[in-house]
Design a protein around this ligand. Structure first.
Ligand code: AMP
Length: 305
C-alpha cells in the first residue's frame, strides 16, 4: 500500500549530556519517511527554505521516497527546532521553535497523492493536518502524531482532527496533558471515546503501549547501552510501524503487533547517534537481526501453577 506523510522537515539544534550539534537535519516527516522507506514507498509532503541544500536533501536519496511534494520557498528559512535533554532522556525541553516556511505553507496534493492508502499526519500544525486529510480520498488508515507545543497552542484544532483519524501515535506525557488526567489508562480511554480505534502510546525508554477498544499490547524499548540522542525516536517508531503495516496485504491484529516491534526496532537505531546518522547507515539485515533479538527479549513459556 502507498503511504503519504505530511510533517516537518527541519534543522535541529540539539544538546544532550553527551554532545551537541547546531544544525542537524531533523523534522517529523524526515525521520518518518526514512524509517518507513525500509518497507514501502513513501510520498513526502513538506516545505523547506532555500537554506536546505542538495547535500541536506541527500537524506532522502537512494530510497523509495518521492520528494516531488517537498516544496522549496526561496528567500525563506527552513523550520527550526532547538531541544535539550538532561540525563532523563525521556524528557525533551524545547528551547526554541521557529516555524519559518511552515507559517505560510498551504499543501496541495497531486491526484496521485490524494489516492494514498495510508496517510500519516506527522507532528505539525493540526490545521495543516486537517487541510491534507480533507484533500485525500478515503485512505484505508489515517494516523496522526502531535506534541505538547500544539496541545498548548491549538487544542481545539487538535481535538477536531483527533475525531477524524483511525490511529493516534502519541507520547505518554501528551496523553495525560491532552486529557488533563494523570491516570494513563483513563486518559487513553477518553481519547478513544473521541473516535480513533487505536492509540499507540510512546513511553520513551519504557517502550510502547497500544490500546484499542477491547485489547492492549505492551512492549519494552530495546535495552541499549548506547543511547546518545533520543530526538526523532517517536517519528522513527511511527515510520517503522506504519511502513511495515502498509507493506502487508492484510492489516490484522497479528500484523499490528509485528508492526509495533518493527517500529521499536527502527527507533532503537535512531537514538544511537545524532540526527538520522545511525538510520542512514543501517540495512534491512540489521533490522531483521534486531527484530529477532526483540523476540528473544520478550519470549516466555506458558506455565500453570
Ligand atoms: P520526536 O520524534 O518527538 O523526538 O521528534 C523530533 C522532531 O520533531 C525534531 O527533529 C523536530 O524538528 C521536530 N519538531 C519539534 N517541534 C515540532 C513542532 N512544533 N512541529 C513539528 N515538528 C516539530
Amino acid at each position: 500500500m502507498s503511504i503519504l506523510v505530511v510533517g516537518s522537515v527541519a534543522f535541529d539544534a540539539l544538546k544532550t549530556p553527551f554532545g551537541q550539534v547546531d544544525r542537524a537535519i531533523g523534522g517529523s516527516a524526515t525521520y518518518f519517511s526514512v524509517a518507513a522507506s525500509f518497507f514501502t514507498p513513501v510520498e513526502l509532503v513538506a516545505v523547506v527554505g532555500d537554506d536546505f541544500t542538495a547535500k541536506d536533501a541527500a537524506v532522502f536519496e537512494g530510497r523509495p521516497i518521492n520528494t516531488d511534494g517537498l516544496q522549496r520557498v526561496s528567500g525563506a528559512k527552513t523550520f527550526f527546532w532547538s531541544g535539550e535533554y538532561g540525563y532523563d532522556l525521556n524528557v525533551a525541553k524545547t528551547r526554541d521553535t521557529q516555524l519559518n516556511v511552515f507559517a505560510e505553507f498551504k499543501p496541495r496534493l497531486t491526484p496521485k497523492q490524494q489516492q494514498a492508502d495510508v496517510l500519516f499526519l506527522a507532528n505539525i500544525d493540526p490545521e495543516l493536518q486537517m487541510e491534507v486529510l480533507k484533500q485525500t480520498k478515503r485512505p484505508r488508515i489515517v494516523a496522526l502524531d502531535t506534541m505538547n507545543y500544539w496541545i498548548t497552542s491549538k487544542r481545539d484544532a487538535l481535538e477536531r482532527i483527533f475525531r477524524e483519524v483511525d490511529l493516534i501515535v502519541i507520547n505518554e506525557a501528551e496523553v495525560r496533558q491532552f486529557m488533563n488526567e494523570s491516570n494513563l489508562v483513563k486518559a487513553a480511554r477518553a481519547i478513544l471515546a473521541l473516535g480513533p480505534k487505536t492509540l499507540v502510546i510512546k513511553r520513551g525508554e519504557y517502550g510502547v503501549l497500544m490500546i484499542t477498544g477491547d485489547s492492549a499490547f505492551a512492549v519494552p524499548a530495546y535495552p541499549l547501552e548506547n543511547v546518545f540522542d533520543p530526538t526523532g525516536a517517536g517519528d522513527t517508531f511511527a515510520g517503522g510501524f506504519l511502513g511495515f503495516l502498509a507493506s502487508r496485504r492484510e492489516v490484522t491484529d497479528k500484523e499490528f503487533r509485528r508492526a509495533i516491534i518493527f517500529g521499536s526496532v527502527l527507533a532503537s537505531f535512531t537514538v544511537e547517534k545524532f540526527s538520522l546518522d545511525r538510520l542512514r547507515e543501517i540495512s534491512i539485515s540489521d533490522i531483521q537481526e534486531r527484530y529477532q533479538a526483540f523476540r528473544t527479549l520478550t519470549h516466555f513459556e506458558d506455565f500453570e501453577i
